[in-house]
Design a protein around this ligand. Sequence first.
Ligand code: UDX
Ligand code: ADP
Length: 475
Amino acid sequence: MQVKNICCIGAGYVGGPTMAVIANKCPHIEVNVVDVNRERIEKWNSDNLNELPVFEPGLSNLVKKCRGVNLNFSYSVGEKISNADMIFISVNTPTKKKGIGAGKASDLKWVEACAREVATYSKGHTIVVEKSTLPVRTAEVIKSILSEATISDLKNNATKTFDVLSNPEFLAEGTAINDLINPDRVLIGGDNGIAIDSLSEIYKNWVPNHKIITTNLWSSELAKLTANAFLAQRISSINSVSAICEATGADIREVSKAIGLDSRIGPKFLNAGPGFGGSCFKKDILNLVYLSDFFGLKEVSSFWESVVSLNNWQQHRISKLIVKKLFGTLTNKKIVVLGFAFKANTNDTRESPAINICKELLEEGAFLVIHDPKVSIKQINIDLNLKPLEISNRLESNTQTLEGKWSKAFDLEKSFIDADAVLILTEWDNYKHLDWKKISKLMRKPSWLFDTRSMIDPEEFSNTKINFWRVGDGT
Ligand code: UDX
Ligand code: ADP
């Protein structure tokens, strides 16, 4: 079956970039991205490409090239489903907040709603592809909803049939377009060879054959969870070693380099930092924990749970040490926070370590001036659940108390005036080239730089009066 019309449900960080790349590489396929969130769809259709709801290097060029040609964004969910011969489900699957499995299992209500919409509106034979990160055996839920549609449709003598495939996304935010164009592998899980071939044919337009691997549905779903769990585990491992380095006089950068040169270990994902963030790692590990508990595998679930505990501990450890270095109190102390996104080159803040660290500093009474090149003031407000102040430096603030408040840094240079500390939380490139000698003159003494991303060369600090702490540096 040759696919001519794709509908992707969910215009988020996964759906948007993935469909932009498919549209670009497959001009013979019409690609429709639909979402119930009208504001989001309007942003995808905005003339101003800086207003796209997802910031991702290279994305706006693809949207500019394909939008209105073979890539369309719309909220006509039913209409686009009924025209499609392949449907990607790319909706959000956050961790459940209440009920059975709360705090661990994924909330599948959006996936289930999609399956019901597909069951209602689809026509003829439709291949349904799970793109969102999902717990193992979700395909079974989708299949059972769709098979009801097949049965009731047959009663009306029409034909409505489905295949369900799992095609997990391995893109990382910030490098999504490159990851999609040059994937390490494309994984397709399913039990019908014809449906698998139809999806493979799409990828073969740009991905070499040997990189497209096929498995059964459950292996594909589990492989996605496990890949993320392994990556997250490496970060917790190196972060745990960063604390040992600080205690013993070792240097985490030297340790990472030495262990990464072992070809069995490899150099990637060995950067110590403020802890991992992003929408996937924590959620996927907690899914594994839930699954292991469900099958009575207590030791397995404790093992994976410790990866998340260590991550929480690393974030808490950083805010605690800042308080300690600033004489045990942050009341009315001004801290400039550089970066709020969970990593560089994205405007995404989901599970960003900045959220917990900033909340703890605010609780201690600090006044935070937060800078991020891509995260909006509205988003920080939502994440901290606290409205910002209109001012950006202490000098303008004589009538207001600044304890436990925050403000966005509109003019970065001015933000450093009278600051007690600078805290680097996201590794944005522009923080690499700050003039620390100049900044040192603006700050209140004794002043501190806390570098959780190992961005700053300590050599640059030898001629400043700023005290310097960086993660994993025991020297
Ligand atoms: C991740 C997976 O990499 C991707 O394959 C999957 O499809 C989705 O989840 P993402 O969360 O977008 O991607 O970003 P990633 O680059 O994996 O970074 C996750 C977090 O780990 C970030 O907070 C990052 O700063 C942190 N990290 C990463 C480290 O602290 N150290 C490292 O060495 C690498
Ligand atoms: P991800 O990072 O997985 O792409 P996002 O939260 O960025 O997650 O995007 C998921 C999108 O899916 C959201 O824009 C949300 O509005 C959309 N969505 C959720 N449920 C439905 C649904 N039933 N029909 C259409 N869109 C949906």
